[in-house]
Design a protein around this ligand. Structure first.
Ligand SMILES: Cc1cc2nc3c(=O)[nH]c(=O)nc-3n(C[C@H](O)[C@H](O)[C@H](O)COP(=O)(O)OP(=O)(O)OC[C@H]3O[C@@H](n4cnc5c(N)ncnc54)[C@H](O)[C@@H]3O)c2cc1C
Length: 396
């Protein structure tokens, strides 16, 4: 690649924060963001492509993630939801898989314990969860129950004296090949309600098999889980997880986090495409000098910044305790649609090099597909919003 004529790092707007949204954070939050950003640049981004190519999770990163202390920024550390969102976007910008590892352990798993466990259960479990001594997973989706899992949970829980007996299967469960615990949502055969259980993955009858050959989030270890007469003591039934409405309290917050991932993904596309456009020359000049390339870069920036604006406001509403399910749903649907366009534009700017992971963009492009589909697909989130504005459900 020819030497850059322009110092890309010293151009304005190198951070992609075109409307200075980060200025809405407190000084303490801005300092913390800078600290984590430096960590991500030093420890995560340099190893991300190699891990992705090998489809292996860097276990050696876990003690480093523990040291930088990222779990539960809002409930435990007292930061705002706005800060947590921007932080999650930054983690995604460095590597979507590592951000998703944290999203599963922190948002889905820890979020389940924080929202749905009793004080006694939280006191027993949270210290090891916060310190990443124990890694968690979140088991809701099933081989036959995806978008309709709320009404279609087939995994069963049967009370047996002081224990519960779980039977069934879960699919797509992130971190589950190596996690110590997994929160399993299962239907109580007595009252037909979906309840939550903390399952120790060493329990007899529990098995997790890695899903191979993924084209997206290859570093995340997703598993097919089988539960064959798994015995869970009563203390490990989450005290306040007694219907799918309770599960939804967790998903509402994590949906918001995934929409922030869509912001981070677009900023990653912007970073890689802008650098490439300035450094790559054709016809004797940087491709960034061509109007069509500038147009595409500006489209990516506009998509990213409009997505961020929506997410900033939604997080402020969440901080005020006013965010609604349908607002998270519209945010997830809108930002992921913009993201898909942005990563495709980014891939195009890199020409042929856009389809090999060596130049990073191919990873950014492919990882966007998982974001588009998990945490409620684009279609389902569109229909949740449609239901809110028409009063008519088109989901079933
Ligand atoms: C990488 C990855 C990680 C994941 N991690 C986890 C995890 O850690 N834990 C967990 O529990 N789950 C996890 N999931 C599961 C994820 O939440 C589901 O994939 C998602 O909910 C969609 O379910 P499905 O894949 O079964 O698709 P389906 O529900 O089968 O949908 C297939 C298609 O039909 C469409 N569709 C379905 N119903 C309707 C409708 N009523 N109207 C219009 N269109 C409809 C969908 O939008 C989609 O386009 C993960 C998934 C992926 C891909």
């Amino acid at each position: 690649m020819p030497k850059a004529a322009i110092d890309i790092n010293n151009l304005p707007y190198a951070d992609g924060d075109f409307f200075a949204f980060e200025q809405l954070l407190s000084a303490k939050e801005q300092d913390r963001l800078a600290e984590v950003r430096e960590f991500l640049a030093r420890e995560v981004r340099p190893i991300a492509v190699d891990c992705w190519n090998r489809a292996e999770f860097p276990m050696e990163l876990i003690p480093k993630l523990a040291e930088i202390d990222l779990v539960s920024p809002v409930r435990r550390q007292g930061y705002s939801n706005l800060f947590a969102g921007i932080l999650h976007a930054e983690a995604t910008r460095a590597d979507t898989s590592i951000a998703t590892f944290m999203g599963v352990h922190d948002g889905l798993f820890t979020g389940s314990i924080e929202a749905l466990a009793s004080k006694e259960q939280q006191d027993a479990w949270l210290p090891e969860i916060y310190s990443l001594t124990k890694i968690g997973a979140f088991g809701l989706t099933e081989p036959l129950g995806g978008s309709d899992v709320a009404g279609g949970t087939r995994t069963t829980a049967r009370r047996n004296g002081g224990n519960w007996i779980l039977n069934g299967a879960k699919r797509w469960i992130g971190n589950a090949t190596f996690s110590d615990w997994v929160v399993v949502y299962a239907r109580d055969v007595d009252d037909n309600q979906v309840k939550g259980f903390l399952v120790d993955t060493k329990t007899e009858g529990y098995s997790a098999v890695k899903i191979e050959n993924k084209i997206s989030l290859r570093t995340v270890q997703n598993a097919d889980i089988t539960l064959d007469n798994v015995v869970v003591p009563e203390f490990f039934k989450l005290a306040n997880a007694n219907s799918f409405r309770d599960t939804n309290k967790v998903l509402k917050v994590t949906r918001l986090a995934v929409a922030w991932q869509a912001v981070g993904q677009q900023l990653a596309a912007f970073d890689v495409a802008r650098r490439y456009a300035v450094e790559r020359s054709q016809f004797g000049r940087p491709i960034a000098s061509f109007q069509l390339i500038q147009h595409q870069l500006v489209q990516i920036l506009g998509n990213a910044v409009s997505s961020m604006g929506m997410m900033v406001r939604l997080s402020q509403l969440e901080d005020a305790g006013e965010a609604k399910d349908e607002q998270s749903a519209l945010a997830k649907a809108f930002t992921t649609a913009r993201m898909r366009e942005s990563v495709a534009l980014g891939r195009s700017i890199l020409g042929g090099n856009g389809i090999v992971t060596d130049f990073e963009m191919a990873k950014v492009f492919a990882d966007a597909e998982a974001i588009y589909s998990y945490e409620g697909t684009h279609e389902i989130n569109t229909l949740v919003t449609g239901r809110a504005i028409t009063g008519i459900s088109a989901i079933v």
